[in-house]
Design a protein around this ligand. Structure first.
Ligand SMILES: [Zn+2]
Length: 152
């Protein structure tokens, strides 16, 4: 039975040893390669300067996010309730107050709705999903920079 490296070689996974970090621009070294969505070879890199782990430029995002919720995901609401309790406590202690916050990759907007109900001025942004629960609270550039940004 072949190991992970041999299976990756069979799938043609070969990436450059380094790439530029998308966050800070410094060199990022190849950590490992895997197949994404069962058919797209992906190299995973870690930045030597900031530590961010990232894939090589993803070409599969549209397909990966064609549906914001997988049909077998039954924990969406409970995860959002838990994330809301943790984030609300943390942001309250940080003194965020009523300054604008952003939930990036906000999906259907459940977390934004919960955070707004908890008294925070959260806004929705997600290029791959439809805003169902936070309509009217889409992020706008005229809000200025967000005081906090979440991405669960
Ligand atoms: Zn970096």
């Amino acid at each position: 039975m072949p190991g992970a490296a041999a299976r990756d070689a069979e799938k043609g996974l070969t990436h450059d040893a380094t790439t530029a970090c998308r966050l800070c621009g410094q060199p990022a070294r190849l950590l490992f390669e895997r197949t994404v969505l069962g058919r797209y070879p992906a190299g995973y890199y870690q930045c030597e300067a900031c530590g961010l782990t990232q894939t090589a430029t993803p070409t599969w995002l549209e397909e990966a996010y064609a549906d914001a919720l997988h049909p077998t995901d039954t924990g969406l609401l409970e995860r959002n309730r838990l994330a809301c309790r943790v984030a609300a406590t943390f942001l309250h202690l940080c003194g965020v107050g009523d300054r604008p916050c952003l939930d990036y990759a906000a999906g259907y907007g459940v977390f934004v709705r919960l955070m707004r109900d908890a008294g925070f001025r959260f806004h929705w942004m997600d290029p791959y999903a439809t805003n169902l629960f936070a309509r009217g609270f889409e992020w706008r550039d005229d809000l200025g920079p967000p005081v906090a940004c979440t991405a669960f």
